[in-house]
Ligand binder design. Structure first.
Ligand code: 1Q0
Length: 266
C-alpha cells in the first residue's frame, strides 16, 4: 500500500482497486474502495499542483512587470494572450493582478476539493481500522445498530462520509463515460456529469465555483495521456474496462443505502 501511494496517477491502479472491491456475495470491500479513492485523489492533487505552479510563475512575472510599471507610470501595456484566456480581459498592466487572482482561485478550488476528499478518506480509514470493518455492509450494519436517529445526528459517521464519496463516484462514472464517448470538450463533460450527480447536493456558491473551475480542465487528449496506460486507443479501451467496475460498486452501494433509507443522511 505504501508503494502504491507513491508515483504518478495511473488509471490501471484505480481500475484494479475497484475491480477488487466487489466480492462474490456482492459485498463492497472497504480496503480496495479506499485505495481506489487514494488513486483518484492523487490525480486531483496533481491538477492543483499545476495551477499553483502556474500561479507562482505568474506571481514572479507580475512583480517584475509591476516594477517596470512604477518606473514608467504612464505606460499602457497590452497583453492580448492573457486577455483572451482570462476574465477580465487584460488590456492594461494594472489589471494583471486581477487575472492572477482568478488563476489562484482556480488552484484553490481544486485543492479545496482534494482536501475534502482526503479528509473523508482518512475518516473512513480510521473507522475501518478501529472496528476492523471488512466491508461497507458491515460498517452500515454496525452504525445502524445504534438506531437511525442516532446515526443521523452524527456528523462524523462512516455512513454519511461514504455517501459523499458515493455521490462523487457517480460523477466519476459519468465523466469517464463522457471521455470514452469521444466528446472533446472536457469542461462540458465535467459540467454535465456534475449536474447529473453532485450538483443537487451542493449549495449555490459551491456549484458556481465548481463550474468555473471546470472550464480550466485539461483537454481530452491530455486526460487520456495522464491515465498513463499507453496510447489514446489503449486509454479508451481501459476506460471501457474500468467503467463497469465503478458502476458495479456504485450500484451495490446505492441499493444498500436505499434499503436502509440512508440516501439523505445530513
Ligand atoms: C477532474 C476534475 C475533478 C473535478 C471534481 C468534480 C467534483 C466536484 C466537486 C465540487 C466541490 C466539492 C467541494 C466539497 C464540498 C463538500 O461540502 C461536499 C459535501 O461534504 P460535507 O461533508 O460538507 O457534507 N463534499 C463532497 O461532495 C465530496 C466531493 C468529493 C469530490 C471528489 C472528487 C474526486 C475526483 C477525482 C478526480 C478523478 C478524475 C479522474 C480522471 C481520470 C482520468 C485521467
Amino acid at each position: 500500500a505504501a508503494a502504491a501511494a507513491a508515483g504518478p496517477f495511473s488509471l490501471r491502479e484505480v481500475l484494479d482497486a475497484f475491480r477488487r472491491c466487489v466480492t462474490e456475495q456482492r459485498e463492497v470491500l472497504l480496503e480496495p474502495y479506499l485505495s481506489g479513492w487514494r488513486g483518484l485523489i492523487r490525480f486531483l492533487q496533481s491538477l492543483g499542483a499545476v495551477f499553483s505552479f502556474i500561479s507562482k510563475d505568474v506571481v514572479t512575472k507580475v512583480a517584475l512587470l509591476e516594477a517596470h510599471r512604477q518606473q514608467h507610470p504612464s505606460g499602457a501595456f497590452v497583453f492580448p494572450p492573457f486577455g483572451v484566456v482570462f476574465f477580465p480581459p487584460l488590456t492594461h498592466l494594472t489589471q494583471l493582478p486581477f487575472s492572477l487572482s482568478f488563476l489562484q482561485s482556480l488552484g484553490a478550488v481544486f485543492s479545496f476539493i482534494s482536501k475534502d476528499a482526503v479528509a473523508k478518506v482518512a475518516l473512513l480509514e480510521a473507522h475501518r481500522q478501529q472496528h476492523r470493518f471488512v466491508s461497507l455492509q458491515s460498517l452500515v450494519q454496525h452504525e445502524l445498530a445504534a438506531g437511525p436517529a442516532a446515526l443521523r445526528a452524527r456528523p462524523d459517521s462512516g455512513c454519511r462520509t461514504v455517501l459523499r464519496l458515493h455521490r462523487a463516484l457517480r460523477w466519476l462514472q459519468l465523466f469517464l463515460e463522457g471521455l470514452r464517448s469521444g466528446e472533446p470538450r472536457t469542461s462540458v463533460l465535467c459540467t454535465d456529469a456534475y449536474n447529473a450527480s453532485l450538483a443537487e447536493h451542493h449549495p449555490w456558491v459551491v456549484r458556481k465555483a465548481a463550474t468555473v473551475a471546470f472550464c480550466a480542465l485539461p483537454s481530452r487528449d491530455a486526460f487520456l495521456e495522464i491515465m498513463n496506460v499507453g496510447s489514446a486507443e489503449e486509454a479508451v479501451a481501459m476506460l471501457g474496462e474500468a467503467i463497469p467496475y465503478i458502476g458495479d460498486v456504485y450500484g451495490i452501494t446505492q441499493e444498500l443505502f436505499a434499503e436502509h433509507k440512508l440516501l439523505d443522511l445530513p
